[in-house]
Design a protein around this ligand. Structure first.
Ligand code: OFO
Length: 170
């Protein structure tokens, strides 16, 4: 059994991960609409990653005998205006996800809930990589993406990204 505070936070995190998946689906559609299929693919992988994160949190709850409470997933509420802005929003969203994970970590730390802390360690590391990856994409778009040929090549590169299932086993 887990402390009620942890249960509530993880239930909320499950919803946030599903929301993140939904948000990235909206972004993926935005790029496919513009025939930027490589960007669409890159965001499609984000969709799968966030879904996988939600399922990891969900499984952790079940493994600890806790009830999962699924809530409505909010409509993606970020306006998608241009490529640079969408990429920046992605980076900002990853920073926000990191904050949510850290908030759970703080409570687990206060409660001396070492099991949950150890579970969250994987997410802390994953978020570090996600922040770096999304920030890197912003910077590369800034460098090459505003030139038509550079954008074409960047899009081609992003089309090669494939989904790798999370290495975390619960
Ligand atoms: Fe689930 O948050 Fe980034 O990847």
């Amino acid at each position: 059994m887990l402390d009620k505070r942890i249960v509530d936070l993880i239930n909320s995190q499950i919803n946030k991960e599903f929301y993140s998946s939904y948000l990235y689906l909206d972004m993926s559609n935005y790029f496919y609409d513009q025939n930027l299929n490589g960007f669409g693919n890159w965001f499609g992988i984000q969709v799968q990653e966030e879904y996988a994160h939600a399922m990891l949190f969900l499984k952790y709850m079940l493994n600890n005998g806790e009830k999962v409470v699924l809530d409505a997933i909010a409509k993606p509420d970020i306006e998608l205006n241009n490529i640079a802005q969408v990429l920046e929003e992605t980076y900002q969203h990853e920073l926000l996800i990191s904050k949510w994970i850290n908030d759970i970590y703080v409570v687990a730390y206060e409660l001396k809930d070492f099991k949950t802390m150890q579970f969250l360690d994987w997410f802390v590391k994953e978020q570090g990589e996600e922040e770096q990856k999304s920030n890197d994409l912003c910077k590369r778009y800034e460098l090459f993406g505003t030139d038509a040929r550079g954008l074409y090549m960047l899009d081609a590169e992003l089309s090669t990204r494939v989904f790798a299932a999370p290495s975390l086993v619960i």
